[in-house]
Design a binder for this molecule. Structure first.
Ligand SMILES: Cc1ncc(COP(=O)(O)O)c(C=O)c1O
Length: 420
């Protein structure tokens, strides 16, 4: 039985083999793969791939021959997304770059850490590191003797002083959550090179449209693709990009640990990449307009945004962040700390009509969270102060709404806060 398409009508020829109903149903004919490449990305939903011979199967599984065996191991749609991120992150980088995609940002982060850490290893990480990363380091890996020294990630001397002979990784975040502190990537890379230790950078808050850490000496970059890469708050994923040999090791761990991305998610994430520069240009321009408009509001105690001249790493951001055709992009998370502490922060969230109270960031909708009662709820006031977070801080992920509407919304909510 064959399927042919004379006059572009798919037909089944008469006189097929006489097989039972079940066999006929399972083995219905399929058209040959199209001779023309599709413009949109094909989604390979299959969990498994067929071989001509048993030897081919063995060779592909043994990485002797290129090919696909099983979608936890590799999948063409997932590879297309990973390759896309590698291409964006490698711009301006003079060495080969590889990438691997994951089911979430945390799958990417935990797999990288489990690749680099042996028993009793040591890691250096910023004190304000993302809570999930802290959880892997302090709740999971600590049970296997891994110790982490947390330092002020913007203090290069503190990072250097924390390094030990058994240090296996220095962790950094391009733009920290929620303080928006910017990591001095070239200086961190120099410290890491001296010690022959990989520098791993979580660049979720930046995306490759704002900063490409490989260009500044990082060995590996990780993303929660759930955020800007996907961009629409409708998909969860992660990705690791960087040095080819290191990424090959990360792939082996991914296969063993199983945090692989699914093809449907890969399709959505791949689609997101095409509009990343457009979205980031708008996200960042709006974020700058919002930060500038609210900086002098009488109810605001502090605004953290790398695009403001008053930001401690504004000059560094000017060096590391992409200039972009419409002006420099400084990211799209603006942290607004109203006067009046925790109550004021929560009231600010509740007073908004355009921005929504929700977790996550990087999507088309503007989202807000009161930091001390959500992402950093484990921190008491002293711990918040040590991390340079004010008790009222509200993290605003600037979406793609019109800047004027967001400024009006935030201004009205700030105006409505009770006067102390
Ligand atoms: C900076 C950062 N890294 C990693 C993650 C984890 O990503 P995911 O939620 O996709 O696992 C997040 C999630 O918020 C994040 O903000």
């Amino acid at each position: 039985m064959t399927s042919e398409t004379p006059n572009n009508v798919p037909i089944v020829r008469a006189g097929g083999e006489d097989r039972g109903e079940g066999t006929r149903a399972v083995h219905v004919p399929r058209p040959d793969p199209p001779a023309q490449p599709p413009v949109g990305l094909a989604t390979y939903r299959s969990s498994t791939f067929e071989f001509e011979t048993a030897q081919d199967y063995a060779d592909v599984l043994g990485d002797v021959k290129a090919g696909y065996t099983y979608s936890r191991i590799d999948n063409p749609t997932v590879d297309a997304f990973a390759l896309g991120v590698a291409a964006l992150e490698s711009h301006g980088v003079d060495r080969d770059v590889a990438a691997q995609a994951f089911a979430s940002g945390m799958a990417a982060i935990s797999t990288v850490l489990l690749t680099l850490c042996g028993r009793d290893a040591h890691v250096v990480a910023p004190a304000a590191v993302y809570g999930g990363t802290f959880g892997v380091l302090d709740h999971v890996l600590a049970r296997f003797g891994v110790r982490t020294t947390y330092v002020d990630g913007t203090d290069i001397d503190a990072v250097r002083a924390a390094m030990r002979p058994d240090t296996v990784a220095v962790w950094a975040e391009t733009i920290a959550n929620p303080t928006t502190a910017v990591a001095d990537l070239p200086a961190l890379a120099a410290v890491c090179r001296e010690a022959a230790v990989p520098l791993v950078v979580d660049s979720t808050f930046a995306s490759p449209a704002v900063c490409r850490p490989l260009q500044w000496g990082a060995d590996l970059v990780v993303h929660s693709a759930t955020k800007y890469l996907g961009g629409h708050s409708d998909v969860t994923g992660g990705v690791v990009v960087g040095d080819v040999d290191l990424v090959a090791r990360v792939r082996r761990s991914r296969i063993d640990l199983g945090g692989s991305l699914g093809p449907d998610e890969a399709f959505l994430l791949h689609r997101g990449l095409a509009t990343l520069p457009l979205r980031m240009t708008r996200h960042c321009a709006t974020a700058l307009a919002v930060a500038e408009a609210l900086a002098d509001h009488p109810r605001v105690e502090r605004i953290d945004y790398p695009g403001l001249g008053a930001h401690p790493q504004h000059a560094l951001a000017g060096k590391l962040f992409d200039a972009g055709p419409e002006g420099r992009r400084y990211g799209a998370v603006v942290t607004i700390s109203p006067r009046g502490g925790r109550e004021a922060g929560m009231a600010l969230c509740d007073g908004l009509r355009v921005a929504r109270v929700a977790t996550s960031l990087g999507g088309v909708h503007s989202l807000v969270s009161h930091v001390a009662s959500t992402t950093h709820r484990q921190f008491d006031d002293a711990a918040l102060a040590a991390a340079r977070i004010l008790p009222g801080a509200v993290r605003v992920s600037i979406g793609l709404e019109d800047a004027d509407d967001l400024i009006r919304d935030l201004t009205a909510a700030l105006d409505g806060l009770p006067v102390e």
